[in-house]
Design a protein around this ligand. Structure first.
Ligand code: ADP
Length: 261
């Protein structure tokens, strides 16, 4: 295994009951990559992430994280996770932005221990990185979906992760702000050196931002640099999705893209 390999899946298969939902997946994510994971609904993308987060065990094959087999891996601080449901706070939730970000430190310092000045600085630094420092004392519920999602990225950043996994993070982000959201992710990748894995439905725009793309439907159908993915033919995509998808290419409106799932 290369020293720079952060995630390695070897012949991984998984089923919840009788049917395989992930089958014979071989995948390596190397340090410094910004990997977009695409595929139709129900194609096993979230399950693949659960396998990487150790939430489910492979039925066949093996998972390695930062060079260690899943069983021996225990430094979960290294892996940040932001889900699509993160931005579901309604205006009644009584927490400020900085409080939400500090909860990202709980597993490091232990629940019910007092946060000190250093922790506050760390939380503020993370908010600066995502451009939300001016909202530190706003109520989380008052923010837009896109702003909340930035706060949840800051929450993941306080533990200095080497790998950040995002499951459809642009759901709930206003279409107008999706591009700047991707630019933030690209900045985290380039300037902070964080390896990114992002599940997305934005087939048309992901290649503008991600360095690499994985296209899956139970198994991996394409894995390569974003430029190569642009060469992946419409026919290949139609076959993978089971219906014509070429009209999605270069469609920048996220909500319309979801419409075709
Ligand atoms: P995707 O993220 O690509 O939409 P998922 O990984 O969520 O795909 O789901 C893959 C398949 O596994 C789907 O058929 C889904 O219905 C099934 N599935 C997902 N989670 C569970 C679960 N907890 N129990 C049983 N089946 C599940």
């Amino acid at each position: 295994m290369k020293e720079r390999t952060i995630v390695k899946l070897e012949n991984v298969s998984f089923k919840y009951d009788r049917e395989w939902v992930v089958k014979d997946v071989n995948l390596e994510i190397e340090k410094g990559q910004f990997l977009g994971l695409v595929g139709p609904n129900g194609s096993g993308k979230s399950t693949l992430i659960k396998l990487m987060l150790g939430l489910v065990k492979p039925v066949e094959g093996s998972v390695q994280l930062f060079g260690k087999p899943l069983k021996q891996y225990d430094d979960w601080q290294e892996i940040g996770f932001v889900s699509q449901k993160a931005n579901s706070f309604n205006s009644g939730f009584p927490a400020t932005v900085i409080e939400v970000v500090k909860t990202g430190l709980v597993s490091r310092i232990g629940a019910f221990k007092f946060f000190n000045k250093k922790h506050k600085e760390k939380a503020m630094d993370a908010l600066k990185i995502v451009g939300m420092e001016d909202y530190a004392y706003s109520n989380i519920g008052e923010l837009s979906g896109g702003q909340q999602q930035r706060v949840f990225i800051a929450r993941a950043l306080v533990s200095d992760p080497g790998l950040l996994i995002l499951d459809e993070p642009t759901v709930g982000v206003d279409a107008k702000h999706v591009t700047e959201f991707y630019e933030l992710l690209a900045r985290l990748n380039k300037e902070q050196g964080i390896t990114l894995l992002m599940v997305t439905h934005d087939i048309g725009t992901i290649t503008d931002h991600a360095t690499h793309v994985v296209c899956m439907n139970k198994t991996v159908h394409f894995h390569g640099a974003s430029e190569e993915y642009k060469e992946f033919s419409d026919e290949d995509m139609n076959q993978l999705y089971g219906h014509p998808v070429q009209q999605l290419t270069h469609n920048h409106d996220h909500h319309e893209v979801n419409h075709y799932d």
